[in-house]
Design a protein around this ligand. Structure first.
Ligand code: NAP
Length: 303
């Protein structure tokens, strides 16, 4: 079984199916993963003119299905990894598997603004590496006060005419070095003690501005913006494995080398373990590694 249908899960499915392992892929609560939330992907090798994220991930799924992978809708919400076969509960139904690849990803944390979800892929983004290049000479806003926000704001100065970093406090979680780098960048303007009340304009299906609020005075104002990057952290989808798979304090799987977890026969792939690179191509590579390790594991057992 493979949990997740993003780049990692689909690539694992291509390799596993081609090796005749008959993988069952659980699509998960975000079909297609993070790529399904983006528009043009310009940095996936092999597509000189770019390719739409949803199309790329759908192509991967078709490719896996051509080799015999089976996909089921649903989300794994419970697991018993204490003995073999492993048991996975998908929306109330238990499935058994000899080996498991966890490619359930990490979901971007969003602000929960009234119009935020409607504008994802139309100016609202959670990935500067993916979408920054669309905002050349445009006004960009980044939300957050951690390392991700500093990294994204600094990266986005390559493209934007100006980058405004909005943070709800005046203390930062970001490491000193990354904060200093952002502070010394003349293109980045800091707006602290400020929250976003909404992002516009859902009726045009395009980001044109935001409503901001000073948390100390309650003053609200509108500001024009073209690209709105939310960098307030990710939540790895590992809930069903807590207490069974070794996780770090934020819930990411701790790798035991290659694609291995602490449970023999359970492998990881993609953002569920990787908090550092988070790219479609690295997730695809990790999915390939996990499938090869699963194949070798089953072969050693004589299956
Ligand atoms: P993070 O450190 O948890 O920071 C999240 C930030 O978002 C915090 O400043 C938080 O504000 C803010 N935030 C959370 N929910 C919010 C909300 N609803 N509204 C407004 N603001 C909100 O997350 P991260 O920056 O993604 O980093 C995660 C981990 O990856 C960290 O360990 C980080 O060091 C690491 N990382 C490292 C690098 C690097 O070294 N190159 C790059 C990226 C990430 P408060 O501070 O007020 O809670």
């Amino acid at each position: 079984m493979i949990l997740g249908s993003g780049c990692a899960g689909n690539t694992a499915a291509i390799y596993a199916a081609r090796a005749n392992l008959k993988p069952l892929v659980v699509i998960g609560h975000e079909p297609g993963g993070q790529l399904s939330l983006t528009t043009l992907v310009e940095n996936f090798p092999g597509f000189p003119d770019g390719i739409d994220g949803p199309e790329l991930v759908e192509n991967m799924k078709k490719q896996a299905e051509n080799f015999g992978a089976e996909y089921i809708y649903g989300t794994a919400n419970e697991a018993d990894l204490s003995k073999r076969p492993f048991r996975i509960n998908v929306d109330g139904e238990w499935h058994e598997t000899r080996t498991l690849i966890i490619a359930s990803g990490a979901s971007a944390r969003w602000l929960g603004l009234p119009n935020e979800q409607k504008l994802i892929g139309h100016g609202v983004s959670s990935c500067a590496t993916c979408d920054g290049a669309f905002y050349r000479d445009r006004k960009i806003m980044v939300i957050g006060g951690g390392d991700s926000a500093m990294e994204e704001a600094t990266f986005l100065t390559r493209f934007g005419s100006e980058v405004t970093l909005v943070h709800r406090r005046d203390q930062f979680r970001a490491s000193k070095i990354m904060l200093d780098r952002a502070r010394h960048n003349p293109k980045i303007k800091f707006l602290t003690n400020t929250i976003v009340d909404d992002v516009y304009d859902a009726s045009k299906l395009l980001v044109t501005g935001v409503k901001l609020q000073d948390v100390l005075t309650g003053r609200q104002w509108d500001q024009a913006v073209d690209g709105f990057f939310v960098a307030i952290g990710h939540i790895p989808n590992t809930k069903p494995f807590a207490g069974q798979i070794d996780l770090d304090p934020d819930g990411y799987i701790i790798s035991k080398g290659g694609a291995r977890t602490n449970v023999t026969g359970v492998f990881h792939a993609g953002d569920v373990q990787d908090r550092s690179y988070r790219q479609a191509v690295t997730a695809a590579g990790a999915g390939c590694m996990a499938a090869i390790e699963a194949e070798r594991f089953l072969e050693a057992e004589g299956h």
